[in-house]
Design a protein around this ligand. Structure first.
Ligand SMILES: Cc1cc2nc3c(=O)[nH]c(=O)nc-3n(C[C@H](O)[C@H](O)[C@H](O)COP(=O)(O)OP(=O)(O)OC[C@H]3O[C@@H](n4cnc5c(N)ncnc54)[C@H](O)[C@@H]3O)c2cc1C
Length: 329
């Protein structure tokens, strides 16, 4: 039998963080309810009897109430009212990491106390697009907690035959030193555990961003956990934060780095080709794994890790888009 590998609690927690990061307000649930039920009735036609509609409505409110309560807790944590989560941050450094990836180091523009964030969270960034309207996207914090500054690392989303990504291209083309961005407080439920278990980080492409914050946090706190960091990329030239990864792994007493590239030109001697054979990693069975890459890749990494004996509940992942929760093993 196929079983989903996320439980409903995990799914709701993930949604609540995302909602809070974009400023969802409790009264908006009524609006969604009304439109959702109208859509059901339209699609189901005569099958949408009063009982069927009432059943959907009851289920909707069960989920909506749970989310609204959790979101109220999250807003309280930052002392903000629902929906009032935008603050100004100034770009104090901009680094071109690769041809398609930049990092922006940001500092609060006002006297607000810096929000506490834990290793591996994200902020929502709101950028003006047309007159008076904003587009909102999430970007992982690629720096470690503990300072007033935070860093985001953004890949330009573009490709032949596709329109340029609205927010990533705006950040690449229009945001420079001294510019101001609107950011939400940090949210996100995939955070580094505080056990002493061995750690496995697996990233590909710009998926390196959130895991880098975790790695730096381990260095800053003098952690001596066993760490294996695996990164996969097209080539060294597309591998963002490559030297930082090397430096952080070297600074940890018990860490190793495994690199795999599709094109091995100019790659370090120890780098291997893709695909990587996860069975060759010989991981301890109590490993805790954190993954960040495209959903298709993460699904395959996860399956390979489970086959290699890693407990599925010890595998966490961050997904840069809609969740994978309907995916099955
Ligand atoms: C929790 C989380 C953390 C994240 N962290 C990071 C991070 O650290 N770094 C990072 O770079 N990204 C991160 N992301 C992804 C980021 O939020 C954005 O999704 C990404 O930057 C693309 O946004 P965009 O506005 O540039 O593209 P969009 O405008 O949203 O477009 C997305 C894609 O859709 C295509 N598209 C748009 N319109 C059409 C159309 N009409 N027809 C066909 N195709 C179309 C575009 O070509 C593009 O490929 C994260 C996402 C989440 C959810």
């Amino acid at each position: 039998m196929h079983r989903p590998y996320l439980d409903i609690g995990t799914v709701l927690e993930r949604i609540a963080h995302k909602h809070a990061s974009v400023g969802v307000r409790p009264e908006q649930y009524q609006l969604v309810h009304d439109h959702l039920l109208a859509a059901f009735s339209r699609i189901l036609g005569r099958a949408a009897t009063r009982q069927v509609t009432a059943g959907w409505s009851e289920l909707y409110w069960l989920v909506a109430d749970a989310l609204a309560h959790r979101e109220a807790d999250l807003y309280r944590r930052f002392g903000i009212k629902p929906g009032e989560n935008w603050r100004q941050w100034v770009v104090v450094q901009r680094v071109q990491e690769t041809a398609d990836v930049i990092s922006l180091l940001l500092e609060p523009a006002d006297e607000w106390p810096t929000d506490p964030f834990v290793a591996e969270q994200y902020v929502s960034v709101a950028v003006p697009v047309d007159e008076g309207s904003f587009q909102i996207r999430q970007y992982s914090i690629s720096s470690a907690p503990g300072t007033r500054r935070l860093r985001i690392t953004v890949e330009r989303t573009a490709g032949p035959g596709r329109p340029p990504g609205e927010v990533s291209c705006h950040l690449h083309d229009k945001v420079f030193l001294g510019d101001v961005l609107l950011l939400s407080p940090p949210f996100g439920e995939v955070v580094l555990d505080d056990s002493h278990d061995p750690l496995l980080f697996v990233s590909s492409g710009v998926g390196v961003a959130p895991l880098m914050g975790m790695l730096r946090h381990l260095v800053n706190t003098g952690a001596d956990r066993e760490v294996t960091y695996v990164h996969m990329d097209k080539s060294v030239t597309t591998h963002a934060l490559r030297f930082e990864l090397e430096e952080l792994v070297a600074a940890l007493p018990n860490a190793r780095r495994i690199l795999a590239y599709a094109d091995l030109t100019c790659a370090p001697r120890e780098a291997g080709p893709l695909p990587l054979d996860f069975a060759s990693l010989t991981l301890p069975l109590n490993t805790r794994a954190y993954l960040c890459g495209t959903p298709i890749r993460m699904r395959s990494w996860r399956n390979e890790l489970v086959r290699a004996g890693v407990d599925p509940v010890r595998i966490r992942y961050e997904v840069f888009g809609p969740d994978l929760w309907r995916a099955y093993t």
